[in-house]
Design a protein around this ligand. Structure first.
Ligand SMILES: Nc1nc2c(ncn2[C@@H]2O[C@H](COP(=O)(O)OP(=O)(O)OP(=O)(O)O)[C@@H](O)[C@H]2O)c(=O)[nH]1
Length: 393
């Protein structure tokens, strides 16, 4: 199963690139200004700086720190020690207990109901209620109940293992294993893959960008982060801290309220210069009104696309917000072309059905799920892995 999870998520292998040069990069242009030459010889008054991990070199691939050889009376030289993030493939399997715990009623409840000797109308009503309570949504609930009814009638089985198999098949079909859940993580020619991460504040967006950088580093991808959420000053700091832990650089603004498109531009520019695989751009996406959001995200995208295509727009949604999350999803989908959903805080809700509801609403796959506050508690999503975790013993 680990192989399945891994294979479904990221393709290709990273070619190891030389470490970026020393020194700090200063960028100053407005996003619409012409490109300076030579590249980094720019006047003062910078809008974006590169938060370079404070080490002699910044290896994009994490190596086990070698034990330093120290003579008696000597102090060991400072050595870069980055964290080694957990491999992407094993994450969902590791986190299944958390998913099962929070979604116990959904998975186990359904199994128990379907395993009863006699499934009368009352039991079907209870099944329907269980699905609705799990935020599956009315239409998918009715569809699933119809399919289960048809199969139980035809197969007439109450054997727990057969019931489990039947329910597993039907839930996997609802989650739709045919959706392409791979992340854009491979360079296109001489350009990095560019991912914009959007969503309202508080959903776990900045945390998700940090965790996603770790997923990519675990897959031997080189990454640059762009802190284009210039609305909340602490967000850039938070992001740079995430990056520094795994040797990933963050391009950020020195000024609160700086032009987010400009920061995004410079992050991508830096990613191109450094030859990294992926540039992840965090955005603010305040939802006061749709026109503002459209202006801001539209501008960031347009400006990035002066240099490289935006390959992925990941929408982060908080699974605990239920219907509110669906409304947010709709607004964002009207503003940008969302290519994937990251559903955070699934560990804190019994409403795992939201995965199906959101995919149905947007026609876009859930690509990653957040299952805790730990740095590696973001897992690549697969239909089978998710359903197995819901129905696990
Ligand atoms: N339990 C749990 N908590 C999470 C998960 N993802 C994020 N969080 C927590 O959610 C809180 C908010 O996270 P942030 O990344 O700051 O959220 P954000 O407000 O969207 O980021 P900004 O857009 O920069 O404001 C933090 O305490 C995170 O640790 C998750 O999957 N599970």
């Amino acid at each position: 199963m680990a192989a399945l999870l891994l294979g479904g998520v990221l393709v290709g292998l990273l070619d190891r690139r030389p470490a970026p040069p020393k020194g700090s990069y200063q960028g100053v242009r407005d996003a619409d200004d012409p490109r300076p030459s030579p590249r980094h010889a720019v006047p003062s008054g910078s809008t974006a700086v590169l938060e370079r991990p404070e080490v002699d070199e910044a290896p994009a691939v994490v190596a086990e720190p070698e034990p330093a050889v120290v003579e008696e009376g000597e102090t060991a030289p400072a050595k870069p020690e980055y964290e080694r993030p957990e491999a992407a493939g094993s994450r969902l399997a590791r986190l299944r207990a958390r998913l099962l715990k929070s979604n116990n009623v959904f998975g186990k409840g359904l199994l128990a109901l379907l395993s009863q000797d006699r499934i009368d109308d009352d039991v079907w009503d209870e099944i329907e209620e269980t699905l609705l309570m799990a935020d599956l949504g009315t239409e998918p609930t009715l569809e699933l109940v119809d399919r289960l009814k048809a199969r139980v009638t035809v197969e007439g089985t109450r054997d727990p293992e057969q019931v489990r198999t039947l329910l597993r098949e039907e839930l996997v079909a609802m989650v739709d294993p045919s959706m392409d859940r791979r992340l854009a993580a491979t360079r296109r020619g001489d350009r990095p893959a560019v991912t914009m991460v959007v969503g309202v504040n508080g959903v776990g967006k900045t945390t998700t960008v940090g965790k996603l950088a770790r997923v990519l580093v675990a897959e031997d991808r080189t990454v640059v982060l762009g802190a284009a959420d210039t609305f909340r000053a602490a967000a850039a700091e938070q992001l740079a801290t995430w990056g520094a832990r795994v040797g990933v650089e963050t391009v950020r603004s020195e000024k609160e309220g700086a032009d987010p498109a400009s920061v995004a531009f410079e992050a991508v520019e830096h990613g191109i210069a450094e030859g990294v695989d992926v540039v992840l751009v965090d955005t603010a996406g305040r939802l006061q009104n749709k026109a503002n959001l459209m202006d801001e995200l539209g501008k960031i995208k347009r400006v990035i696309e002066k240099q490289a295509e935006v390959d992925e727009v990941l929408l982060v949604l908080d699974a605990t917000t239920g219907q509110n999350g669906l409304t947010q999803a709709k607004v964002f989908a009207e503003v940008v072309d969302v290519t994937g959903i990251v559903l955070t805080k699934l560990d804190g809700t019994a409403k795992g059905g939201i995965v199906i509801a959101i995919q149905r609403q947007l026609g876009v796959p859930v690509k990653l799920i957040g299952l805790g506050e730990g740095p590696d508690d973001l897992a690549p999503f697969t239909a089978e892995g998710f359903v197995d975790a819901l129905l696990a013993d």
